[in-house]
Every structure is written in C-alpha cells, then in structure tokens.
Design a protein around this ligand. Structure first.
Ligand SMILES: [Zn+2]
Length: 121
C-alpha cells in the first residue's frame, strides 16, 4: 500500500496583489465585462479589489435615527483579481504583468505587450 504523504502546513503568506490602487483595469468576467475602471481599494487577503463604477450592489437599508428615509443604497462590490486585467498606461492594451529589475535592484512591473514599465518610479 502506498504511503500517503502528509501535507506540510506552510505558513500562509499574504501575496501582494499585482494590481494596485490607482491602476486602470478591465473587467473580463461577469455582467460588467468590457468595462474599464480605476482601482479604488485592494484587499490582498481575499484577493479582491474595488473598481470604480463596477459591480454595483444594491443594499436595502432600514430607516435609522441618522437616516430617516432608509431605502436603497448603491455601492461597489469587491471583484476578484481573476476577473480583471490591467490596462497598460503606455499602450492601452489589456496585459498580464511581468517583472523587471532595475539596475539598482528595484523591482518594477512591466507590460507584457509593450515591455514598458507600468510603474513610473
Ligand atoms: Zn503596454
């Protein structure tokens, strides 16, 4: 009988998202497919981000003391990172993100389409 390998429990590392706040992304899945928006917030732990104007959810709020009326509030809902692609600020194409090291060792993100740096730092 083959021995089953015991799973090694590695410490979970929060992977930094390739897409950062301020980037322009295109939605590639779902109802908002094809829309562009600016990333407003990233959640590295859940691998999700909030994109301006994308995927509004309606929240029915009950009247409270602060908000006498209540009613329906529209807010952006987090989108999973796999549902978006970065729009390159240089060539305007949807792109995957590559990495490049500068002479001083700084890691920068590069566009896989035009090979230009995405970060202008
Ligand atoms: Zn590009």
């Amino acid at each position: 009988m083959a021995k089953k390998k015991t799973k090694s429990f590695k410490k979970k590392k929060v992977k930094l998202l390739e897409i950062r706040k301020g980037d322009i992304v295109e939605i590639i899945h779902g109802n908002d497919r094809g829309k562009h928006g600016k990333v407003l917030k990233v959640y590295p732990r859940s691998q999700r981000l909030i994109v301006e104007g994308i995927r509004f959810i309606k929240r029915h709020t009950k009247p409270t003391q602060q908000d006498q009326k209540g009613g329906i509030q529209e807010r952006e809902a987090p989108v999973h990172i796999s549902d978006v692609m970065l729009i390159c600020p240089n060539c305007g194409a949807k792109t995957r993100i590559g990495h490049h090291f500068l002479e001083d060792g700084t890691k920068v993100r590069v566009c896989m389409v035009c090979n230009e740096m995405i970060d202008n730092r």
